[in-house]
Design a protein around this ligand. Structure first.
Ligand SMILES: NC(=O)c1ccc[n+]([C@@H]2O[C@H](COP(=O)([O-])OP(=O)(O)OC[C@H]3O[C@@H](n4cnc5c(N)ncnc54)[C@H](OP(=O)(O)O)[C@@H]3O)[C@@H](O)[C@H]2O)c1
Length: 250
């Protein structure tokens, strides 16, 4: 199976290393220099390619998607920061009838954490002494806070805990009893930790997911590439993980 890489920064290079180790063929590779305004992504350039994998930039990705759809190739998009353009992208992908996987977090373990937290929150529903919270750590370069994943974890807690009504991402004085604290740490080079805890007066339960290396995202992208190779339609990475969790091979 041959993948084309669109974007050759930290993630593009990591996907390349993981793909070669896993026996994929890799190339062509598109950079901002070889693909200005998506112009490198022609049907001819992608002729031998089975799946295109995009880890580029929020500015470049929408045009890239349009060009890959025109070339009728399946695509995995790990790039974030473009979901406000979803209404422009969806019809293009639908019209081209290609397979398309997208998601802000390609770590398989994080998607299991989402499910564990939903289950845990349901168990704690009638144990109101256990107060839930979310903490996330990331490298200093990360622009947004809290992370999208931390907000997602917070929303899962809200969904299952009636007594909680909102997330508190910025502390100003005391936190109200119906708020859930979502806290961020930004320091150093840490690739990402998310922790969900439930604290009672005399005991604490915590579940933590840690990314030790960006290879975790790269392996998720490759799993998505295998998944989408012979499929049509639009899939969130979460749906891809559902398929794996139900025993569909990775
Ligand atoms: N889904 C996930 O699990 C996951 C995990 C990690 C990161 N991400 C996301 O993936 C994206 C990339 O992350 P990164 O850490 O690899 O960033 P990065 O190191 O900055 O790499 C981005 C690359 O895209 C290239 N690029 C810019 N315009 C392009 C174009 N028109 N065609 C092809 N390539 C182009 C850039 O090239 P130049 O340097 O030449 O401009 C750069 O090499 C970000 O949006 C990040 O948030 C997602």
């Amino acid at each position: 199976m041959r993948i084309a890489l669109i974007g050759y920064g930290q993630m593009g290079r990591e996907v390349e290393r993981a793909a070669l180790e896993a026996g994929f063929q890799v190339g062509p590779i598109f950079t901002s220099r070889t693909n200005p305004e998506g112009r490198g992504l022609t049907a001819e350039a992608l002729r031998e390619v089975d799946v295109c994998v995009d880890f580029s930039t929020p500015q470049a990705v929408v045009t890239n998607i349009q060009r890959v759809a025109e070339a009728r190739k399946p695509m995995v998009v790990g790039t974030t920061g473009w979901y406000d353009r979803w209404d422009d992208v969806r019809p293009v992908v639908e019209r081209a009838e290609i397979g398309f996987v997208y998601g802000p977090n390609f770590c398989l373990g994080i998607h299991v954490l989402f499910r564990l937290v939903a289950y845990g929150a349901r168990l704690f529903r009638h144990l109101s002494d256990f107060d839930p919270y979310v903490v996330e750590w990331h490298h200093r370069r990360k622009a947004d806070h809290p992370s999208g994943t931390a907000l997602r974890l917070g929303r899962i807690l809200l969904e299952h805990l009636e007594q909680k009504t909102h997330l508190v991402t910025r502390l100003e004085g005391r936190i109200p009893p119906e708020g859930i604290s979502v806290a961020s740490v930004r320091a150093g080079a840490h690739p990402g930790t998310h922790l969900v805890g439930f604290d009672a007066p005399f005991e604490t339960l915590e579940i933590t997911h840690t990314v030790r290396h960006r290879r975790a995202f790269a392996l998720g992208a490759l799993a998505a590439a295998r998944f989408v190779k012979d499929r049509r339609g639009i899939f969130s990475f979460e749906e891809v993980v559902d398929h794996f969790l139900q025993g569909g091979g990775i």
